[in-house]
Design a protein around this ligand. Structure first.
Ligand code: IMP
Length: 431
């Protein structure tokens, strides 16, 4: 049995897509276990830049089967658009290659409208959601009123959609938002059902059987550890379990499937966040512009899903250690090390100060981060352009020292670093 889980160790956007792409070459199955099209995974292969939101990024490797697990919330319109875009880019999309859990939940236009209306109602205290209807869809799931993928196979689907949207319309009207056209949405869902039916499966059973027969499963986490609904910076979080243990419930696997699993935490060499919420190591002005990039390149720090400029800061070691603990991370992959080249000094937050106390471990989680002052360690920077380097021994000494400092503060080994967006721009870290 073999399972590898790739999780974001920060607030998402760590570069998981390209790391999944790297490991997917050795996997037979790639699976998503949480979230929906709020995610944005970018994979660069030669001239082609793939932006995926729903379908596991590992599908780009032609030998893989991609699974969309029961823990996901799926907007069928976005899914069909993404299937179409991938097919146009030469990726085979067929029921042999793409399997959708019958008990994943659906996102309707009403969820997107509610997301917008709820954010507007929150005013200046808004969460800064991606507007993709994620929170309202998971709310409906927990309330046991939502439509599931299996409903797409039901003969009375139009009636089920009608009832669901009529209920949502009452909520929309109470928030001062216009009601949606029930008939038009029911017709659209009938069409989605026709197109998606061949892809719907009991993916939990299929995954169980595949693991039993010795296949290698790569589970792709979406968002990041600090956006986890339980352990993140609540309420500034997403609405799903983003952490590695969420893989089991989100794919329908038993605990024994996790025995001996490799848990790969993907961590940017600095820190970014989109949306509202605490960010102790955030930087502004020139340093921020330097870390963020101008937006000219697809890998600059602007949201893949929303295009928003990301907030940026120095690597937060206290939060990283927290993520290592909650995920059970066995190895870290450090991305975008090349972005730090040319800085005179590079900082890492090793602890927090609160009144006269120094804390190296979060107590009561990360929701009250605003009360903490980061304690930074400054390390010497390096000038070399790292983009062309492929071997550990060719990295500047100061860059190696930075990686060792990350390992020390995180309490986990760094196995690889990325030094550019291309597939081969990876360096294996030596002991
Ligand atoms: P939601 O998931 O759209 O409800 O957004 C909740 C919070 O999570 C907001 O701060 C979003 O910016 C953030 N978020 C959601 N998905 C991602 C992601 O894939 N990367 C980074 N941040 C995300």
């Amino acid at each position: 049995m073999s399972l590898q889980i790739i999780v974001g160790a920060q607030w998402g956007d760590e570069g998981k897509g390209r790391i999944v792409d790297w490991f997917a070459s050795q996997a037979q199955i790639v699976a998503r276990y949480n979230g929906g099209d709020n995610a944005g995974h970018t994979v660069t292969v030669g001239e082609k830049v793939f932006k995926l939101h729903l379908i596991p990024s590992g599908i780009i490797h032609p030998h893989t089967v991609a699974v969309m697990g029961n823990g996901m919330v799926i907007n069928p319109r976005s899914l069909l658009d993404e299937m179409q875009a991938l097919e146009s880019a030469g990726v085979e999309i067929s029921p042999r290659r793409l399997r959708i859990s019958y008990c994943a939940h659906l996102i309707t236009p009403a969820h997107c409208a509610l997301d917008a209306a709820l954010e507007a109602a929150r005013g200046k205290d808004n969460i800064g959601t991606t507007g993709r209807g994620i929170g309202p869809a998971y709310t409906d799931k927990a309330a046991r009123t939502n439509l599931r993928v299996a409903d797409l196979l039901a003969p009375d689907l139009p009636e089920r959609v009608r009832q669901n949207i009529e209920t949502a319309n009452r909520s929309l009207l109470s928030l001062g938002a216009p009601a949606l056209d029930v008939v038009q949405i029911a017709a659209a869902f009938t069409d989605y059902a026709r197109q998606l039916a061949p892809f719907i499966a009991d993916t939990a059973l299929e995954l169980h059987t595949a693991l039993q027969s010795g296949q290698h499963l790569l589970a792709e986490g979406a968002q990041g550890s600090l956006l986890d609904i339980d352990h993140g910076t609540y309420p500034f979080v997403t609405s799903s379990s983003t952490l590695a243990p969420g893989t089991l419930v989100g794919l329908g696997l038993g605990l024994t499937a996790a025995h001996g699993a490799v848990i790969t935490g993907v961590c940017k060499a600095f820190q970014t966040r989109v949306g509202s919420g605490p960010f102790p190591t955030e930087v502004f002005e020139q340093t921020a512009e330097r870390l963020r990039g101008t937006g000219e390149n697809p890998w600059d720090e602007f949201g893949t899903t929303t295009g928003r400029p990301r907030r940026v800061g120095w690597l937060d070691g206290v939060l990283l250690r927290y993520a290592v603990r909650l995920n059970g991370i066995t190895e870290l992959v450090l991305t975008k090390l090349d972005v730090l080249s040319g800085l005179k000094t590079v900082s890492i937050c090793e602890a927090y100060r609160r009144e006269d106390k120094t804390l190296t471990e979060l107590v009561f989680g990360p929701s009250h981060l605003d009360a903490y002052q980061p304690v930074f360690t400054s390390l010497p920077g390096w000038n070399a352009d790292l983009g062309a380097i492929r071997r550990w021994r060719d990295l500047p000494e100061a860059a190696c020292a930075y990686i060792r400092a990350v390992e020390r503060v995180a309490g986990a080994p760094v196995s690889m670093v990325s030094v550019g967006p291309e597939r081969e721009q990876m360096i294996v870290v030596e002991a």
